[in-house]
Design a protein around this ligand. Structure first.
Ligand code: SAH
Length: 214
């Protein structure tokens, strides 16, 4: 399988064709070797138009969803961004192609370790991963230009909103456990602007400002 060709096809047919225009995002997605972020048995499906399972009952999002969420952040390059829900590390790698620094939090220590090892092997030096409850954000490195939450929450986690820089954006799926609206929360001075982007379904965000553990 010719992975660069598969990736090119994925970007053109699934991502650009659906309206993603930001060249920084298209270039980033074209570069990240998604097949390395999935289990060996799924390598042949890595560039297909759907989410795939990763260990711990979690999922790596559909390529289009990753590109769309990244575009919504509106990064121009040079920013400090936070991701909640590292999972495989794929979204973190896409962010790392654009941002100056990516902080990513994962609650499952096994996934965090795997992602850390893979990103280091792929030479992503600007990603830092920690194990913890991402609904609390990462105070030490706040405020952030952009925050992306890759798990579904019942509410917009307040600490994440508080850790946004002025002019910064928070992208987070908010709703029930079965269905959410992808929200873009923008901080403009003292004002907070909420915009609904689209419907979506993510695995649950479990933490103090998310769902309680079942
Ligand atoms: N962005 C990932 C997909 C993540 S799936 C990727 O590109 O592969 C969602 C992840 O969020 C899961 O790994 C889950 O363990 C994690 N998660 C759920 N609640 C969390 C929380 N409160 N803090 C950090 N991670 C959380």
């Amino acid at each position: 399988m010719d992975f660069p060709i598969e990736r090119e096809r994925m970007v053109e047919e699934q991502i650009r064709a659906r309206g993603i225009k930001d060249e920084l995002v298209l270039e980033a997605v074209k570069k990240v070797p998604r097949h390395q972020f999935v289990n060996e048995s799924l390598v042949g499906e890595a560039y297909n138009d759907y989410p795939l399972p990763i260990p711990g009952g979690q999922t790596i999002s559909q390529p289009y969803m990753v590109a769309m969420m990244t575009e919504c952040l509106g990064l121009k390059g040079g920013e400090r961004s936070l991701e909640v829900g590292t999972g495989s590390g794929y979204q973190a790698a896409v962010l790392a192609e654009i941002a100056y620094k990516v902080y990513s939090i994962e609650r499952d220590p096994h996934l965090a370790r795997m992602a850390r090892e893979l990103l280091s092997k792929l030479n992503y030096k600007n990603v830092v991963i920690k194990v913890g409850d991402g609904t609390l954000g990462w105070r030490e490195f706040a405020p952030f230009d952009g925050i992306i939450v890759t798990a579904g929450s019942p509410v917009v986690p307040k600490p994440l909103q508080d850790q946004l820089k002025d002019g910064g954006r928070l992208i987070v799926p908010v709703g029930s456990s079965a269905f959410q609206n992808l929200m873009c929360v923008e901080k403009k001075g003292p004002k907070i602007k909420n915009r609904k982007i689209c419907g979506c379904t993510f695995v649950p965000l479990i933490g103090d400002h998310g769902w309680t553990q079942e």
